[in-house]
Design a protein around this ligand. Structure first.
Ligand SMILES: NC(=O)c1ccc[n+]([C@@H]2O[C@H](COP(=O)([O-])OP(=O)(O)OC[C@H]3O[C@@H](n4cnc5c(N)ncnc54)[C@H](O)[C@@H]3O)[C@@H](O)[C@H]2O)c1
Ligand SMILES: [Zn+2]
Length: 464
């Protein structure tokens, strides 16, 4: 059972309901349950009987709700439901309490203002800050990422993955499975891009068959971008498509690969050649996983985060492990682009390709010994230099951009013996090419300013 808790007006009802939908679970709202049982509004119970009596009524209702609810139910609590230790103990025995971070003061005032009187304890949010802070499972932000067939609900927080995926049928990265033995995977896949192959997808299909997965079942990916792409693709193709949940465990997969609905595997002929658009119904971003991520892999994710800062509005990440709030702000940039162009038809989504035309060429020229994130950092700076060369930005910003990567532990400057010109033949092979020698670059030109520019690669690189 999952209990959604938090300060008045923190969004418990909306989030609880949405979370239950994405998990196909029963949802119950404790306040609504009380109103139904008592036959009158909560503010009237407060007015007539006082807070102590209301709390007695609430405790009894909570016990009955838990006794009657499905074990996978999601229950949205009232803002003071767990002030009594006994209530807290009852919930923590039945499941996990997830506390929502309170919105900032301005937002809170706006929400409470709109619901004046309905929540008699609205002004208590601050007073109870220590109480709310004492819950270890937290959600800092949530998003709707995509609509219709591409609809995903994304939650970002800490201490939440186990609570949400406890009973799920998990496909886990083998390294992650070892590091996090509290999860019991249905199938593990060996770590590493070299295993992102059709034969691993086939192994997953066999695991699904052995587990008896039907059309109404779902699977959960637990790992980095490789695991998400593979498990998502296996889900897209199992019985012509079943639901899946994604729990990204690398920074790169949190801020990039986990949303947008692209799934697939590599072929000998090229990366990501076989695949499908199949968005996970729920993406659970739990920043606790970042604690075990090796420094270099963390830096790979930061490269995409800094790239996002050159596309949309978000702050630039620096040293250390990014917070849930920083990740949420950063991810909002990708989600905004995907929302407006879900199937990559309008050319908007291609702006997410900033730094990637040269970045992919660097990866290829190194025979993939340079990681994707590092190549993207180098590619971003080289593409910003191109933008400056063609008068789209100035050298000062390019230096600022380069400094941001360096400060996050990412070297820039091309590998020895490599020049942008020497990479041109590899850029022509890029799958994003618009035909012949014409390639559309997403050139970083400033913070929040990336522009699509068509280039002719027939002789060097020049705008068409
Ligand atoms: N679907 C998309 O839109 C999209 C977008 C970008 C990238 N991708 C794909 O994502 C892949 C790259 O993702 P990635 O960088 O996450 O790589 P990855 O999945 O290979 O993970 C990198 C390494 O980190 C390890 N790891 C994962 N979580 C860990 C943790 N919490 N602690 C310690 N180690 C951990 C893994 O075992 C692996 O060795 C590529 O295949 C790329 O094509 C997909
Ligand atoms: Zn990338």
């Amino acid at each position: 059972m999952i209990f959604v808790y938090g300060a008045p007006a923190s969004g418990k009802t909306t989030l609880g309901k949405r979370l239950a939908k994405s998990l196909s679970s029963i949802w119950l709202d404790l306040d609504a349950f009380i109103v139904e049982r008592e036959g009158c509004a909560i503010r009237d119970i407060f007015a007539r009987k006082g807070e102590a009596s209301f709390r007695d009524i609430e405790s009894a209702a909570l016990a009955d709700a838990i006794a009657g609810a499905d074990r996978n139910a999601v229950i949205s609590l009232g803002g003071g439901s767990l002030l009594r230790d006994a209530n807290r103990a009852v919930c923590e025995k039945a499941g996990t309490v997830i506390c929502l971070d309170a919105p900032d003061e301005a937002e809170l005032a706006k929400r409470i203002g709109g619901a004046a009187g309905v929540r008699p304890l609205g002004d208590k949010a601050k007073e109870r800050a220590a109480h709310y802070a004492s819950f270890g499972s937290r959600i800092s932000a949530s998003f709707e990422a995509g609509e219709g067939a591409m609809e995903s609900f994304v939650i970002i927080g800490s201490g939440i993955a186990k609570a949400i995926a406890g009973d799920a049928r998990i496909v886990a990265d083998s390294t992650v499975a070892k590091l996090y033995p509290e999860f019991t995977p249905m199938a593990t896949i060996p770590s590493g891009e070299e295993h992102k192959t059709p034969s691993t997808v086939a192994a997953l299909w066999h695991a699904f068959a052995n587990a008896g997965l039907g059309r109404k079942d779902s699977v959960t990916a637990l790992g980095g971008g490789v695991t998400g792409d593979l498990a998502g693709f296996a889900a897209a193709t199992w019985m012509r498509g079943i639901d899946w949940m994604n729990i990204p465990t690398t920074l790169l997969s949190m801020v990039d690969a986990s949303t947008g609905g692209k799934t697939g595997c590599d072929l000998e002929e090229g990366k990501n050649l076989a695949g499908a658009f199949h968005a996970p119904r729920l993406v659970v971003i739990d920043v606790d996983f970042l604690e075990t991520l090796p420094e270099a892999i963390l830096a790979d994710g930061k490269a995409e985060m800094i790239k996002h800062a050159a596309i949309g509005k978000c702050s630039v990440v620096g040293k250390g492990i990014p917070t849930a709030k920083e990740i949420a702000e950063n991810l909002a940039v990708k989600i905004g682009m995907v929302k407006r162009d879900p199937y990559e038809k309008l050319g908007l989504r291609m702006l997410l390709n900033a730094g990637h035309t040269i970045g992919h060429a660097i990866e290829k020229s190194s025979d993939y010994s340079i990681s994707h994130g590092r190549a993207v950092a180098m590619g971003c700076v080289e593409e910003a230099r191109l933008a400056a060369r063609f008068g789209l930005t100035d050298e000062a910003w390019v230096r600022e951009f380069e400094f941001a990567f360096n400060a996050a532990g990412l070297a820039t400057g091309l590998p020895k013996g490599v020049t942008v010109e020497s990479l041109v033949p590899l850029m022509k092979g890029d799958k994003k090419k618009s035909g012949g020698d014409e390639v559309v670059f997403a050139l970083p030109c400033g913070w929040g300013d990336t522009r699509a520019v068509k280039m002719n690669l027939a002789e060097g690189i020049r705008p068409c």
